[in-house]
Design a protein around this ligand. Structure first.
Ligand code: GLV
Ligand code: MN
Ligand code: MN
Length: 430
């Protein structure tokens, strides 16, 4: 029986349930538990139980302080790079050929506890495990917390890693604005950070010989295969497009239907088109965010802004879906007397993780680890264009992610810690 189908009382503890000390395995989960307990309250919304850890906010600062405290508690040298990413070093970074692990601590609106934090917590726990094993490192090792992976505040995903890898210029980053019109540099400055420093960081990336990101799986492949841990093969190409539908504000009670220029109508048809085109192509397409002006219950909107997130197994399919959605939106806009502007806000091409490193991980982990692709984006995908990169996935019994209901069983999390420790040992202690 898969973990997802087991009744709750038969499941392993989830770390966020803060169970007692029973059932702990050899990876010394006390440390894992304490980290999880300290982190779990940061940025958590009392009404939904979801996380709202957006870039350069107070919750983000608390996550960063937590990361620094974990680094210091382990005697790791904590650095904040020019793009706001945190690094905790064991050994001399300038020696080069470092093995780096980590993930992110920010969240989507009302995100789950595991997406990002599981990778960071597991990285520190894996280092603890290696110390217990008295592992002797022959390469420097670092744990990272990449800034603004989700792009929840400024619309662009993986800002910290993109800047470092030169995939986002300073000029473009300066143009990013949040929903309140606060620009990225203003937000950084308000958080006490110098935005003038941001930009490509090739020297830092050149120190890295391998980057391995552990992440909760955001689907049910491992649950269905009955495995606690998997290795990533590829990330689907994906992006975000903003559709601005501009119509005419008018009275909801007195304006005849034929006289309306209602952008909500055009938007609604576009949502249906996105679903249809994704289904036809074997892709996914989602309108998950919308803003309406003036947002009055008795007024026809003047503007509806909807964000399309679309992903597909390959670039040609993604291009076809997005073009078809835009075409459908334009045709409908014409009919509704609505103006349409479409802007691509974020894009990541297909990522195929390096085969040699992927095979090495599989060998270290005993050779029978499932290898799976994903439709979710990651900093590892961004970094893979600059450094050899791999990912480990930890089983998610429901597959739910980007939701407060996101979960992973404690036993699986600890299996992930051990797998990551094995990988770090195999790569950095030869
Ligand atoms: C990030 O988690 C994404 O896939 O959008
Ligand atoms: Mn995510
Ligand atoms: Mn993530």
């Amino acid at each position: 029986m898969s973990a997802g189908n087991r009744p709750p009382e038969q499941r392993g503890h989830r770390p966020d349930e803060a169970p007692g000390t029973g059932g702990r395995g050899p990876a010394e989960p006390a440390s894992f538990h304490e980290m999880w307990r300290d982190l779990r309250t940061i940025g958590r919304a009392a009404d939904t139980g979801g996380y709202r850890r957006y870039a350069w906010t107070a919750a983000d600062a608390d996550c960063r302080a937590w990361f620094q405290a974990q680094a210091e508690a382990r005697g790791l040298a904590c650095e904040l790079d020019r793009n706001g990413n945190q690094w905790a070093w064991l050994g001399d970074p300038s020696a080069g050929d470092a093995v780096v692990t980590g993930s992110h601590l920010d969240s989507v609106p009302d995100g789950g506890a595991f997406d990002g934090p599981l990778g960071v917590v597991s990285s520190f726990a894996a280092l603890d495990e290696l110390r217990r094993r008295k592992a002797e490192f022959t390469r420097p090792v670092a744990v990272t917390n990449f800034g603004d992976e989700e792009g929840a505040r400024f619309g662009l995903a993986c800002v910290g890693s993109r800047l470092a890898a030169g995939q986002l210029t300073r000029e473009k980053a300066y143009e990013l604005k949040d929903a309140d019109g606060i620009s990225l540099p203003q937000a950084m400055e308000a958080a006490g950070y110098d935005p003038a420093a941001i930009g490509p960081d090739p020297e830092r990336l050149a120190r890295i010989g391998a980057f391995v990101e552990l992440h909760v799986e955001q689907g049910r492949a491992l649950d269905l295969s009955g495995d606690a841990v998997g290795i990533a093969s590829a990330i689907w190409p994906h992006g975000r497009w903003r559709f601005d539908f501009a119509g005419e504000a008018n009275h909801a009670g007195t304006t005849r239907l034929v006289d309306r220029r209602d952008p909500m109508l055009t938007y609604a048809q576009t949502v249906l088109a996105a679903r249809r085109e994704a289904e036809l192509a074997g892709a996914v397409a989602t309108f998950g965010k919308i803003s309406v002006e003036p947002n009055g219950v008795n007024a026809i909107p003047s503007l509806v802004r909807g964000w399309l997130d679309s992903r597909a197994p390959d670039q040609a399919t993604l291009d076809t879906v997005v073009a078809a959605v835009e075409q459908a939106a334009r045709e409908r806009a014409e009919r509704d007397g609505v103006d349409l502007a479409v802007v691509r806000e974020s894009f990541t091409p297909v990522i195929e993780f390096e085969h040699a490193l992927r095979d090495e991980l599989n060998k270290i982990l005993g050779g029978a680890v499932p290898v799976l692709g994903t439709g979710a984006g990651h900093d590892a995908g961004i970094l893979s264009t600059s450094v050899p990169t791999a990912m480990l996935f930890v089983r998610n019994p429901t597959g739910v992610s980007h939701s407060p209901a996101e979960s992973a069983d404690e036993d699986d999390c600890l299996a992930g810690v051990r797998a990551l420790a094995d990988v770090l040992e195999g790569l950095a202690c030869r």
